[in-house]
Write a protein that binds this ligand. Structure first.
Ligand code: GLN
Length: 536
């Protein structure tokens, strides 16, 4: 029987529920259990696909094309197991389903209410991934903070589900903050007591408290938390600030979080966790033998969460190269023809980020022109790839108004065009080219040298594409298409022939980089940046 672990958050948001959930899952996986994690978000959007990255950070895309919360990225990076549409559910999706059922007459004669109809639908979704018996344990992270009006139906669903699942088949972990008051020189337990009290009012007694803290929890503090929150003292888990999120599984292991959870679920904890590969990775991450500076040119640079997966991709690739990757965020809008050399001075490689809309376009083009002409390693992702095509069109092919249809629908040279299947789409949500698509790589290209094979699959999230009417012209001038979609002929990768490293993909490689499988494009790009640095 599948067992369920629920993770709630108290006191404040941003405590890192996703990292705690992923770390616990990692430990359970390392002990031989099959685990998956899902996230339930209380907001009304159907999915985060229509949100500006400034709202909730990056939108993470799964293999099956779901636009999801960035925590799913952590789950995949830690577990190396793909997630899917079913792993992220929002209030919007729950209501959409219930309202549609109501229109279809599924509740004829009845008043449709939050309880039981909404909570029933939440419970159904919470158990969906358990139906296949594929997993021993399913961890469900509840977004938001306990006490929020909007998360109430989710907490109520957890209460009901615990009762339905019966003793020993589920547990609740409450992640909370134990703040340190510098003036008093003390850690404070009261906010935790209050947030547990709120949970208790809703009928949910947490089994384990994971306490975010900047200082070690003394035995005395642990005892106080245990006593006032009705938990065993060994169920008070310290989660102290870590230098990297990849330390957290080991910190949780030290605190016996996995053992305590398994004991409560009456599951064996005999198998010691096999974390050898994880520790190897950490060893390399923490003992780099070199360092490179990479510029990330984008328009959401004030909020690093907007580029979460890219940053993590660099961390994985850095460890593989035993090299510290220092990423400098450069606001695309600030890069001009005049200052580009100064802005990119000291950079060993330049990445132009994904994005939407015109803001920052010129800056991206200026950066690309500079790296193309000065042999600086370049890596373009999605809009970054489209920009490299526009830049080449304008400055090498002499197509002065070369542009993307997204930026200028009236250009006479739409080198990046709206995809045929996008032309009649009017709804914005979930309608881009989303999820995994095959790509065939041409032998003898840089892309082939990087991937070492001709058949790959990568995840997408875009509406526009390389306009194949221009392909011959581009290839004759030295920008070649080295990867294609085998069914549609869409160009998926472009690269420059006479450049040490100029590779750009229409897809998002960052979404597939994990600790166990660092992405080859990131690994090669970092290696190229390192080579560039050494040659200086
Ligand atoms: N805005 C571009 C498009 O829709 C690129 C999207 C992206 O970078 N993810 O095609």
């Amino acid at each position: 029987m599948t067992k369920y672990i629920f993770v709630t958050g108290g006191v404040t948001s941003s405590l890192g529920k996703g990292i705690i959930a992923a770390s616990l899952a990692k430990l359970l996986q390392a002990r031989g259990y099959k685990v998956t994690i899902q996230k339930f978000d209380p907001y009304i959007n159907i999915d985060p696909g229509t949100l500006n990255p400034y709202e909730h950070g990056e939108c993470y895309v799964t293999e099956d094309g779901a636009e999801t919360d960035l925590d799913l990225g952590h789950y995949e990076r830690f577990l190396n197991v793909p997630t899917s549409q079913a792993n992220n559910v929002t209030t919007g999706r729950i209501y959409q389903h219930v309202i549609q059922q109501e229109r279809e007459g599924a509740y004829l004669g009845k008043t449709v209410q939050v309880i039981p109809h909404i909570t029933d639908e939440i419970k159904r979704r919470m158990q969906l991934l358990g139906e296949s018996n594929e997993y021993d344990i399913i961890i469900t992270e509840l977004g938001g903070t306990v006490g929020d009006i909007e998360s109430l139906p989710f907490v109520e669903a957890v209460r009901q589900l615990r009762w339905e699942l019966g003793a020993n088949n589920s547990l609740v972990i409450h992640l909370t903050l134990v703040p340190y008051l510098a003036a008093a020189g003390e850690l404070k337990t009261k906010p935790t007591q209050h947030s547990v009290k709120t949970l208790l009012e809703y009928g949910v007694q947490p089994d384990i408290l994971v306490c975010r803290t900047e200082h070690k929890l003394s035995q005395e503090i642990r005892k106080k938390l245990a006593q006032f929150c009705n938990v065993n003292i060994n169920a008070v888990v310290e989660s102290i600030d870590a230098s990297t999120i990849y330390d957290v599984p080991l910190l949780m292991l030290k605190e016996n979080l996995d053992k305590t959870a398994l004991t409560k679920l009456k599951l064996s904890n005999k198998n010691e966790p096999d974390l050898e590969n994880w520790k190897n990775f950490l060893g390399k991450l923490k003992n780099p033998t070199s360092e490179v500076c990479i510029a990330l040119v984008g328009k959401y640079v004030e909020l690093p969460d907007a580029y979460k997966s890219i940053i993590e991709g660099f961390i994985h690739a850095g460890a593989t190269n035993e090299c510290k990757v220092k990423v400098s965020y450069i606001a695309a809008e600030s890069v001009t023809k005049e200052n580009v050399a100064e802005k990119l001075k000291g950079m060993d490689g330049v990445l132009v980020a994904p994005g939407f809309g015109e803001r920052g376009l010129d800056g991206k083009l200026n950066a690309i022109k500079y790296v193309r002409e000065n042999n600086v390693p370049f890596f373009g992702i999605c809009l970054g790839m489209q920009c490299s095509v526009i830049e080449f069109g304008r400055n090498v092919l002499g197509l002065k108004d070369a542009n993307s249809f997204e930026m200028d629908a009236n250009t006479s040279n739409p080198v990046i065009n709206l995809m045929e299947e996008q032309k009649n789409i009017t709804n914005m949500g979930g309608t881009m080219r989303l999820g995994a698509y095959d790509c065939e790589i041409k032998k003898g290209t840089k892309a082939f040298a990087i991937y070492g094979k001709t058949k790959i699959s990568e995840r997408h999230r875009h509406r526009y594409e390389f306009n194949n009417d221009y392909l011959k012209q581009y290839e004759a001038a030295g920008m070649i298409a080295s990867g294609f979609n085998p069914e549609t002929g869409l160009v998926e990768i472009v690269e420059l022939k006479n450049h040490p490293f100029f590779v750009a993909g229409q897809f998002h490689p960052e979404l597939k980089s994990t600790v166990a499988n660092p992405h080859p494009l990131f690994v090669s790009f970092v290696a190229a940046a390192l080579a560039n640095k050494k040659s200086k």
